[in-house]
Design a protein around this ligand. Structure first.
Ligand code: NDP
Length: 399
């Protein structure tokens, strides 16, 4: 029986709150706090058990400390924005509350995604005997755990990893993003990057394209992107020689993105408009559909997983481990589309394992450093069942 404080009342925050509410045996009291308390109250009104709500500016460590001291949670789940990772980690440290998030720290005014600043909390969390779990969404999160589970149960060494993220959903808008538009567009317009033989290699944005035939979605173009789980997996998977991340985009999405980029709407440098500084990407976010509003309109499925290629008992082995998630089924269950669902469910599963003392430690951990078995055993019942297919080790499945 534990008290959980959830920060962030967006698409993912809504799923996390619904899922925690479904498990009163673990989450006996829930408080949902965000910049705008009305959004928390809207989510609370959809639940069949009472929860507390609060207003907090998560950029403000003192405000967070005051909230934590008044609610006294046993765990904090951070699903606001990656800009708040450091302030929330600091507040958890000051109050001795374990921390879990789903995205690595991003600098609001630089296109830089790194674990460096969060890993820098390691000594202080370790000395305080406190646990921080980083990146416990789907990717990062589930994908890291698939790799850790493969390393523990299927392979002696994993040599190559390809992470494949397909969204076969259709929301009917000409252009919208499935999660926070600012974060999404920053990620997609950055240079591609992958790791091979000990070195990072850069590619121009969306310049590397392949095709993959996704179970229950069909063949899709996939594009190489840099994604944050690569940074920690490179350190935590033994024998690794190459790791890449691929995501599907429709031609329509790419055409809109190209035009928006060409006219400067994806920029993060301020521009003057009628005597006021405006950041084009933030303005763009304000006119795009709210990702939370896509839920009732989105049809189709996601298929996200990893292809692991390595050695077992001296023989090559290649497997695809993945989850298929149906947007409409997610909406029926928690009134959110699958992108928020696939992020929120692993966060709640990780939170359960921490609160039950099954995942434990003092310090800052990426999820693949924890035992993957109890997570893989529970995640199906939590809503994200996984499948595994053996692949021919001598065939390249990426067309
Ligand atoms: P949304 O933009 O829908 O929600 C973010 C929420 O955080 C909003 O309620 C917002 O408030 C709130 N917020 C923003 N700034 C502050 C602040 N300073 N203080 C308090 N609350 C604040 O985003 P998503 O729900 O789509 O994403 C949430 C997180 O999940 C992000 O970090 C994202 O990167 C991560 N994510 C991870 C994925 C994974 O697989 N690992 C996949 C998808 C997302 P307001 O409503 O006022 O704007």
């Amino acid at each position: 029986m534990s008290k959980v404080l959830i920060i962030g009342a967006g698409g993912v925050g809504s799923v996390v709150t619904h899922k925690c509410a479904q498990h009163p045996e673990v989450f006996s009291e829930i408080c949902l706090a965000s910049r705008n308390e009305a959004k928390c109250r809207d989510i609370a009104a959809k639940l069949n058990r009472p929860i507390q709500t609060a207003q907090v500016d998560a950029d403000d460590v003192d405000a967070l400390v005051r909230l934590i001291e008044s609610f006294k949670p046993d765990l904090l789940i951070h699903v606001a924005l990656p800009y708040q990772d450091l302030t929330i980690m600091e507040a958890c440290l000051k109050t001795g509350v374990p921390y879990l998030d789903t995205a690595n720290y991003e600098h609001p005014d630089e296109a830089r995604f790194e674990y460096k600043e969060q890993w820098a909390f390691q000594d202080r969390y370790e000395k305080a005997g406190l646990m921080a779990t980083l990146g416990c969404g789907f990717d990062p999160g589930m994908t890291n755990i698939y790799c850790a589970w493969g390393q523990k149960n299927l392979f002696d060494e994993i040599h190559q990893i390809d992470i494949l993220d397909a969204n076969g959903g259709d929301h009917g808008y000409p252009f919208a993003t499935n999660f926070n538009p600012e974060i999404n567009i920053r990620e997609v317009t950055a240079n591609g990057r992958y790791w091979e033989n000990g070195e990072w290699k850069e590619t121009p944005p969306l310049s590397e394209k392949r095709e993959f035939d996704f179970d229950e979605i069909g063949p899709k173009d996939i594009y190489l992107l840099y994604h944050e789980e690569l940074e920690s997996l490179v350190q935590n998977i033994r024998g690794l020689k190459r790791i890449r991340f691929w995501m599907t985009f429709s031609q329509q999405y790419l055409t809109h993105l190209k035009v928006l980029e060409n006219v400067g709407m994806t920029g993060i440098e301020p521009v003057m408009y009628e005597g006021k500084e405006v950041i084009p990407l933030q303005f763009l976010k304000s006119v795009l559909p709210d990702p939370a509003s896509l839920g009732p309109r989105t049809k189709g499925k996601t298929n996200i997983g990893v292809i692991l290629d390595g050695i077992k008992d001296g023989k090559r082995r290649k497997v695809h481990i993945y989850n298929i998630c149906d947007h409409e089924a997610c909406y029926r269950e928690v009134q959110s589309q699958a992108v928020s669902y696939t992020t929120g469910v692993p966060a709640v599963t990780g939170a359960m394992l921490m609160l039950q003392g099954i995942w434990k430690g003092a310090g800052v951990f990426n999820v693949e450093q924890m035992d993957p078995d109890p997570f893989m055993e529970r995640i199906g019942d939590m809503g994200l069942p996984w499948q595994m297919k053996e692949l021919d080790p001598d065939t390249d499945p990426l067309g």
